[in-house]
Write a protein that binds this ligand. Structure first.
Ligand code: FAD
Length: 396
């Protein structure tokens, strides 16, 4: 038995877990506060992993959200490199892979997501990578240094960000996208067209409608095979095919899950005293009239603050205008709101100038805006969307 059961235990010490700990201490929580994480690092920011950190590759400490002294000063304890394979929410205990068992009053799942793997032959060969954790980049960076021909499976944010880094280093880069345009899951056709053109102009070979059927190679990846029958040589294959919620542990613990741990506007699960925050959650958005699962720093931070407020007995309902960013080459994309279900798309400004925005409307209301190299438009759009989407639907 480890701690006495008077405290708060958090499973996962990423962006959301770290923010929760900070907000709890700031809000006056004086009891024990313990974060369990299967990664061996103090809480760090993930966005640079596919951007600056990959390009410049410095000491991982540069990514840490706070130095070790901060956590010590705030009496936040960590069990790092220790997974939580089992939770008993009735007996209020968590078992750790290192043999410890910890009692809790309040439990918070902050388990994030995992990189989605592909059900194709060769996906486990050496030379096939994904980018989710520091340790992924520790492996990817030297492999990238030694690679000339890079094939990236997936034309979403992470795939395109890594494509930008690899192409800027002069490597031959091919992006395979199964859909008919890049970034289809997150933006409209105008923004996709801009990014498609931007990458092609810089020499990236983008293959749309390209379905990967196998990764070839005997001892390591040497190429990819497409459904069309075409084979492409590769020294390195990056799979960037999205992420899935880490909700398995919550599911076996008896919590309601729907590709994400289901929580209310206070980050409460259906078990009293058990919360969930960040990428691993799904919650009802009154603004968008449906359940959403968000993968963004904004959501991790703001939902963690909402959970802290509820735990501290000062609940504040959370119903965000989500926002996100992506850096590719010298271009910054900032997205506010959610585009799903939009009925009209208006381009404001000239994409040829690489400074423009795209407004998405549904039933006449502004529901999302992509701003390219225009921070002002992005900030204003967050306010405008908040006003126009307020209370579209009642909570369910
Ligand atoms: P995470 O930060 O993923 O942390 C969860 C932690 O829990 C992980 O360390 C995980 O290993 C651990 N864990 C899971 N299960 C267990 C268990 N059973 N026991 C112990 N530990 C466990 N967002 C943006 O807004 N802008 C961006 O530009 C952007 N770029 C990104 C680029 C990359 C390469 C990646 C991977 C993500 C990016 N994101 C970006 C998303 C953003 O990083 C996430 O939304 C954010 O990290 C979510 O925080 P989280 O705490 O919910 O999860």
């Amino acid at each position: 038995m480890g701690d006495k059961g008077d405290g708060i235990v958090v499973i996962g010490a990423g962006q959301a877990g770290a923010q929760l700990a900070m907000s709890l201490r700031q809000g006056g929580h004086a009891g024990s506060l313990r974060l369990i994480c299967d990664e061996p690092y103090l809480p760090y920011q993930r966005p640079p992993l596919s951007k600056k950190f990959l390009a410049e590759y410095r000491d991982p400490d540069a990514l840490f959200l706070r130095p070790e002294s901060f956590w010590r000063d705030h009496d936040v304890k960590f069990d790092l490199g220790a997974a939580a394979p089992a939770v008993d929410v009735k007996a209020r205990r968590v078992a750790l892979t290192n043999g410890q068992e910890i009692a809790f009053d309040t439990l918070v799942f902050a388990t994030g997501t995992s990189a989605r793997t592909l059900p194709v032959a060769g996906v486990n060969l050496p030379g096939v990578y994904s980018v989710r954790r520091i340790d992924d980049v520790v492996q990817l960076r030297p492999a990238l240094n030694a690679a000339q021909r890079v094939v990236i499976v997936g034309g979403g944010y992470i795939g395109l960000e890594v494509a930008a880094v690899a192409r800027s280093e002069g490597r031959t880069v091919t992006v395979l996208e199964a859909e008919d345009r890049v970034l289809k899951r997150v933006t409209g056709p105008s923004t996709s067209a801009f990014y498609d053109r931007t990458h092609r102009e810089r020499g990236v070979d983008i293959r749309l409608g390209a379905r990967l059927v196998a990764i070839a190679g005997d001892t390591s990846a040497s190429g990819v095979r497409l459904q069309s029958g075409e084979q492409l040589p590769a020294d390195l294959v990056l799979v960037a095919a999205g992420a899935r919620a880490n909700d398995d542990l919550a599911k076996v613990s008896g919590l309601a899950c729907q590709d994400g741990i289901v929580v209310d506007e206070h980050a409460r699960t259906d078990v009293p005293g058990v919360y969930a925050i960040g990428d691993c959650t799904r919650f009802f958005s009154r603004r968008y009239g449906r359940k959403v699962r968000l993968e963004s720093v904004q959501n991790a931070i703001d939902q963690a603050k909402a959970a802290a407020a509820a735990i501290l007995g000062k609940p504040q309902a959370y119903d965000p205008v989500p926002w996100f960013w992506s850096d590719q080459y010298e271009i910054k994309l900032q997205i506010a709101g959610l585009t799903d279900g939009y009925e009209s798309e208006t381009v404001v400004g000239d994409p040829a100038s690489a400074r423009f925005s795209v407004e998405y409307r549904q039933a006449g209301r502004l529901i999302a805006v992509d701003a390219v190299n225009d921070g002002r438009a992005h900030m204003m759009s967050r306010r405008r969307i908040a006003e126009e989407t307020a209370e579209i639907a009642p909570a369910v």
